[in-house]
Design a binder for this molecule. Structure first.
Ligand SMILES: *[C@@H]1O[C@H](CO)[C@@H](O)[C@H](O)[C@H]1NC(C)=O
Ligand SMILES: *[C@@H]1O[C@H](CO)[C@@H](O)[C@H](O)[C@H]1NC(C)=O
Ligand SMILES: *[C@@H]1O[C@H](CO)[C@@H](O)[C@H](O)[C@H]1NC(C)=O
Ligand SMILES: *[C@@H]1O[C@H](CO)[C@@H](O)[C@H](O)[C@H]1NC(C)=O
Ligand SMILES: *[C@@H]1O[C@H](CO)[C@@H](O)[C@H](O)[C@H]1NC(C)=O
Length: 937
């Protein structure tokens, strides 16, 4: 030991009282050395090279490996660092509180006290210290209360709504490895999404850079409420102490957790024209660079702490690499966009080579196929942050499974549900947890997956993710059990501040208990056994007699509407032969006992379930492709200009010619009750899409009986401000010309059929002004030619603004997305006027229906067609007085009618445990008169 530097300079035994004296001495020596050049002649050799900032350097050295976390006095705080002065204390009374404690199993009834921006009491709360009027009382009337939702994967603020050239700050394309970039530097405070997302109960989001690079940069956690300062910085939750270059804090208290984005697989490879091999090498190169810097720092500090300053020079660090060095010091939560087994394996090898843990794999579609690999990761198994059902959009996601959350949880892996906002609107992140719950994730873990688990994985579980004394006052009061379909906040507090100024309740009471979800054990096992490609063909497809027993409700199509055909308390039966219903009634009336004893009859017990019309999808290229981002799996896009060989300017495309059967999208949709779809050709920014075709999602090829339901019943065009080819006014001019007979060849002929009312003109349109122009155009053409144009709007996000006019002109609307989001400017007015509960009482669909407009529910995203059952049920919950028959019609007959499909033979869907619209129900059979079979799934 060097005797001249006792005590304080030893790494193990800091000596507080001696330190200041020695530091002053060192600084003086340092200045002296500086003043007199090298000073070799002035002071002894050893002392002369002591840097004048030695004290700071030594402090830095001692802190190099400190584990991040809250300061020691954090747990006794009485006021939050985010407290907004003037905020009144709140007492939420009579609440049913899901606290997050006991792995999400604890439920406490009582009160919650919010004061100073933190939770001051939960359950039985002492408010004797408060005077009358000091507390705002919020009577929850027994409602469910949860911690604010935490979205661990969001691009809110960096990929802002509406999407504009000027608001795309998610990805840098400058290089692949850029640990020095920071999402905070792009955070737009004017994103229209903040208000919507908060209205969904989300209080905190981790804003990640995108996945265009291997290392996209550092991520930042924000609280979503508006701040008085109105800046990105004021939204941050626990930013690193030295974010602004301030170095004073980080010498005294533990550092704060940092977060960083990594990405492997397709995205970084494709964008940099490389391969997986290139991406992995770029990771190893970067980590080797960081490792060398870290090694130099450690060597430096070892010498400095031992007092061996000679020749040490400056502390080895590089601003560009400091964050990656911090990863190696275990002080950064690494969030790794990574899907496939090959990529997961690569990354886990990397964690061992360079010795750093990964906090979570995100997307992670194949993690459920390699749980043992996850357990082998360096440090600890990463959590898995997933979507519930967003699968198959690219190869990496192709083997994704709705059962993955349940499977991973069964292996003890932490499961987080995330939005990847705006990939999914974070407002409905809870719906991801609800779906995961439906497919087998236990209710405690489902709720934790959007609250306590992400709080823990991001290193913030000392203050968010729980309803616990001392935690941030981020609280949601729900109108139902949070896992019930359509659960909507009645109030949301962030830092103790109520966020909903004038909350609107949804019109209908919802379930106050968690749904009893179906058993999918077998399906989950098959997903694993077949590595994500379980067979989707029915177990049995029979023309013989099938008895559905214990049926409690039956709904049937009837001349363009849906009618209830049976409702019984017990022992209802439906008998089907050759796919046709031969009896609906009680078991006795249908003589089921005799049928059963005669043999050769299959029985399917519905356990109180139902038969309802199969749903019909419109709005995507369903039936025209397998993997959307893989051209070779798709029918492809209609060319900008039809080639002369296809008729040139007079050419038009028939969707029927491109139909592809047996896609997993179609079969999965079939399995979940969407038994038919109406496809139209894909345009790439052009006006005319082509002629639609209605087909069975369960058929195996076009020539099979009943595979094609109706051909060319509608002509589909797209009117959009986003067209790459022509202005909206040019699009209208083209339609006018075509409808007045100006078109050539087959195109001209089909438009003449439209003008004569033989074909429906279905127009993709979201913008109210464009809809108004289309209504005018319709009137104009009808006036000029006494034509009988049938027009349907598809999309219709702003349709409620013109509900009266739309009704008057006899136009119908297929609404999608069913829960609107202002992703582009032409949908923006949905937010100002009508986002739905709790921001508005009305919804787009509700207003249109109130004006007697025929409304269907469509869907613009291929992967989510399977979720039509929830979309319809949820939409119906938000419309006053909507019956189950009307709800079913929204997703079936109305869609068909609006696209000119007359479908009396439509399929029926048999469900166990409830109707198709219930979270409790499981689809077990499809009855298809058109195809002459019953499929048992
Ligand atoms: C918070 O209040 C309690 C009780 O009044 C007190 O003991 C504690 O020291 C306070 N904490 C802080 C950080 O001031
Ligand atoms: C809590 O609210 C429920 C539902 O409104 C009510 O029945 C019950 O009496 C309330 N309990 C208390 C203690 O106020
Ligand atoms: C810089 O950050 C520190 C730590 O967050 C904070 O205390 C300080 O006020 C900030 N300084 C400025 C100038 O913003
Ligand atoms: C109807 O349900 C009851 C109770 O679940 C069950 O015991 C009975 O076997 C079922 N009937 C048939 C025909 O499956
Ligand atoms: C819608 O139709 C109903 C029943 O036909 C009628 O009573 C009501 O006035 C209509 N509403 C509007 C806004 O036209």
């Amino acid at each position: 030991m060097d005797k001249r530097f006792p005590g304080p300079f030893q790494p193990q035994r800091p000596h507080r009282r001696v330190l200041p004296v020695v530091l002053v001495a060192l600084i003086v020596v340092g200045s002296f050395v500086r003043l007199f050049g090298t000073g070799r002649w002035l002071v002894p050799q050893r002392t002369q090279s002591i840097p004048h900032r030695a004290a700071a350097l030594l402090a830095k050295c001692r802190h190099l490996n400190t584990t991040p976390g809250p300061p020691p006095d954090f747990y006794t705080r009485n006021i939050s660092d985010r407290f907004q002065p003037g905020t009144k204390s709140v007492l939420i009374t009579n609440a049913t509180i899901w606290t997050g404690n006991d792995r999400g199993n604890e439920v406490v009834t009582g009160d919650v006290l919010l004061d100073g921006g933190i939770i001051r009491g939960v359950g039985t709360v002492d408010v004797s210290g408060y005077e009358d009027g000091q507390l705002v009382i919020y009577d929850a009337h027994g409602a469910w209360v949860s911690p604010g939702i935490v979205d661990m994967h969001s691009h809110i603020g960096v990929g802002s709504a509406p999407r504009l050239v000027g608001s795309s700050d998610t990805n840098s394309h400058a290089a692949s490895i850029q640990p020095w970039l920071r999402s905070i530097d792009g955070l737009n405070t004017h994103d229209l999404a903040y208000e919507l997302v908060v209205a969904g109960g989300v209080t905190t989001s981790l804003v990640l850079p995108g996945s265009a690079g291997g290392i996209g940069g550092q991520a930042f956690t924000i609280k979503l409420r508006p701040t008085t300062e109105n800046t990105p910085t004021s939204m941050l939750l626990e930013p690193p102490h030295d974010l602004n270059g301030s170095t004073t804090m980080h010498m005294k208290i533990p550092p704060r957790w940092r977060q960083m984005k990594h990405a492997c697989g397709e995205n970084p490879s494709i964008i940099y024209h490389g391969t997986r091999m290139d991406t992995m090498w770029s990771f190893r190169q970067a980590y080797e660079k960081a490792r060398l810097i870290k090694q130099n720092q450690d060597d430096y500090c070892e010498a400095a702490l031992a007092g061996k300053w000679e020749g040490l020079g400056a502390f080895p660090e590089e601003l560009q690499w400091e964050a990656l060095v911090d990863v190696l010091r275990g002080r950064v939560k690494v969030h790794n966009h990574c899907y496939e087994a090959v990529d997961l394996d690569n990354m886990i090898r990397l964690t061992h080579e360079f010795k750093f843990p990964i906090a979570a794999f995100h997307h992670a579609h194949e993690t459920y196929l390699v749980p043992d690999l996850l357990k082998k990761a360096y440090g600890h198994p990463p959590a898995v942050a997933m979507f519930a059902s967003l699968n198959r959009y690219k190869r990496e996601a192709y083997r994704g499974s709705e059962f993955a959350p349940a499977i991973l949880a069964s292996h003890g892996i932490d499961v987080v549900m995330k939005s990847d906002h705006a990939v999914l609107n974070s407002q409905y992140l809870l719906h991801e947890a609800q779906q995961a719950h439906h497919y087998g994730l236990p209710d405690n873990l489902a709720l934790a997956s959007v609250t306590s688990t992400p709080a823990r994985i991001t290193g913030m579980d000392h203050r968010i993710g729980y309803v616990k004394t001392g935690f941030d006052a981020d609280i949601v009061v729900w109108d139902s059990h949070p896992l019930a379909l359509g659960a909507s906040p009645k109030q949301v507090w962030i830092d103790g501040i109520a966020q909903l100024e004038n909350p609107h309740a949804a019109p209908k009471p919802k379930s106050q208990s968690a749904p009893q979800t179906p058993d999918y054990t077998k399906e989950a096992a098959l997903a694993v056994m077949y590595r994500g490609e379980p067979p989707l063909e029915p177990l049995v497809s029979t023309k013989e007699t099938v008895v559905f027993a214990n049926v409690s409700e039956v709904y049937l199509r009837s001349r363009g509407s849906v009618k209830q055909a049976m409702s019984v308390k017990a022992n209802g039966a439906v008998v089907v032969r050759g796919g046709e219903i031969v009896c609906i009634g009680t078991a006795t009336a249908c003589r089921t006992r005799e049928l059963l004893s005669s043999g050769d009859v299959r029985v399917q017990d519905l356990g109180g379930g139902a038969l309802v019309p199969g749903l019909t999808h419109f709005g995507t290229i369903m039936g025209l492709g397998h993997i959307q981002s893989e051209e070779t799996t798709m029918d492809g896009a209609v060319p900008d200009v039809m080639p002369s060989i296809a008729g040139g300017a007079g050419g038009i495309v028939h969707a029927k010619d491109g139909l592809l059967f047996g896609s997993r999208h179609a079969l999965v949709s079939y399995h979940y009750g969407v038994t038919s779809a109406i496809a139209s050709p894909q345009t790439d920014g052009g006006l005319v899409s082509g002629l639609t075709v209605a087909f069975s999602t369960g058929a195996s090829h076009k020539l099979e009986r009943g595979a094609v339901i109706a051909d060319a019943t509608a002509l589909h065009v797209v009117v959009s401000m986003g067209s790459t080819q022509m202005s909206v006014s040019t699009q209208l001019a083209a339609l006018r010309n075509l409808l007045l007979g100006g078109g050539e060849g087959e195109l001209g002929r089909q438009f003449r059929r439209v003008a004569q009312g033989e074909l429906v003109l279905v127009v993709d349109v979201h913008n109210a002004d464009a809809m108004a122009s289309l209504i005018e155009l319709k009137t104009e053409i009808v006036g000029a030619t006494s034509a009988a144009i049938r027009m349907t709007f598809s999309g219709g996000t702003e349709a409620h603004l013109l509900a009266k006019e739309i009704a008057a002109s006899g136009v119908g609307v297929i609404v999608h997305p069913v829960r609107p989001y202002p992703s582009v400017w032409e949908m923006k007015r949905m937010r100002v006027v009508l986002p739905g509960p709790p921001l508005s009482a009305d919804t787009n669909i509700g207003v249109l229906l109130a004006h007697n407009v025929t409304v269907g529910v469509g869907n613009g995203a291929l992967w989510s067609v399977r979720n039509t059952r929830w979309d319809v049920a949820w939409a119906a919950l938000e419309v006053q007085d909507m019956s189950k028959t009307d709800a079913l019609a929204l997703g079936s007959v109305n869609v068909e009618q609006l696209l000119g499909v007359e479908e009396e033979m439509g399929d029926l869907v048999a469900t166990q445990g409830g109707t198709l619209l219930d979270f409790e129900a499981k689809v077990v059979g499809i009855v298809s008169a058109r195809r002459g079979v019953v499929d048992l799934l």
